[in-house]
Design a binder for this molecule. Structure first.
Ligand code: ADP
Ligand code: MG
Length: 262
């Protein structure tokens, strides 16, 4: 090693040790850029630090998106609000801001099949990932299957802890498949543990009064709805259905509590 190469080699070694891969990759090219525009030393360092930070944030966001297990990546840019005028666009925009997650509020997306519920759920959850929030996306059926399996394998507590590390749990498609009694109870456990600690976003084609059909027990459904709807934003993806209108009306009359249908 010549005396001339020594600082370079040491610098590369230190940048590696300090885990600054972007600085390591770019310090030389940035040096010639800064020489060309006669930037001072602080500007050179600033530009390098900015690159490092941006790369780091991008990688962290990519990691969060991967860990969220989205079925498909859908964002709000591709959602056509005009095609679905029943959707409360200002509320969607508000949810995209992610504050509801800081406030541990839940979201219920109710509507018939094909009205864009999964798309909107993905878009809201994706935005949350981009803001640095931890998200996990599951179909309700998928989650219940995982819960049943981990109970079988005696890893249920570990699985719960893994879920509890998330800030937003998306439970897509409640209502297509009824659960076994054990499945319903395990799902209730997730909702119950999340209460006031995490946000849950549920999409469903079922008005509240039909949830018992899926969850089996009326008592369990009542307790689950009670927790889920304590602080909830309701988005309807269907303006036509009378039953949904009815559910929404009831929800607006009793925002903090769901009452049995009379
Ligand atoms: P749901 O979950 O309500 O059954 P999806 O979100 O799966 O419906 O929507 C079905 C398909 O139609 C998806 O590919 C989705 O991206 C698309 N889609 C639905 N509504 C809209 C919309 N308003 N704008 C753009 N695409 C939409
Ligand atoms: Mg769907």
């Amino acid at each position: 090693m010549s005396e001339k190469d020594k600082p370079t080699i040491l610098l590369q070694h230190y940048l590696k040790k300090l885990k600054l891969p972007t600085m390591l990759r770019e310090y030389a090219s940035m040096a010639s850029v800064c020489t060309d525009d006669r930037s001072d030393y602080p500007t050179y360092l600033l530009r390098l630090a900015e690159r490092e930070l941006l790369d780091r944030e991008r990688k962290a966001a990519e990691r969060r998106v991967k860990e969220a297990r989205f079925p498909v990546i859908k964002t709000i840019d591709t959602f056509d609000f005009k095609a679905q005028p029943s959707i409360n666009e200002p509320l969607v925009r508000e949810l995209l801001g992610g504050e509801f997650i800081d406030k541990r509020e839940n979201v219920l997306l109710i509507g018939n099949s094909g009205t864009g519920k999964t798309h909107l759920a993905c878009a809201v959850a994706f935005a949350a990932c981009m803001q640095g929030r931890r998200v996990r996306f599951s179909t309700v059926t998928g989650l219940v299957t995982e819960l049943l399996e981990s109970r079988e394998d005696r890893t249920l507590q570990r699985f719960h802890r893994q879920l509890e590390r998330q800030q937003l749990l998306v439970l897509d498609e409640l209502g297509y498949v009824p659960f076994s009694k054990a499945g319903g109870e395990l799902l209730f456990e997730v909702v119950s543990r999340a209460y006031e600690r995490q946000s849950i976003l549920v999409t469903t084609n079922l008005p509240f009064e039909n949830w018992t059909e899926i969850l089996g027990s009326e008592r369990l459904t009542g307790a689950l709805l009670d927790r889920l709807t304590h602080r909830v934003h309701i988005l309807e993806a269907n303006g036509e259905s009378y039953r949904l209108k009815h559910a929404k009306k009831r929800a607006s009359r009793t925002p903090n509590h769901i009452q049995p249908q009379t």
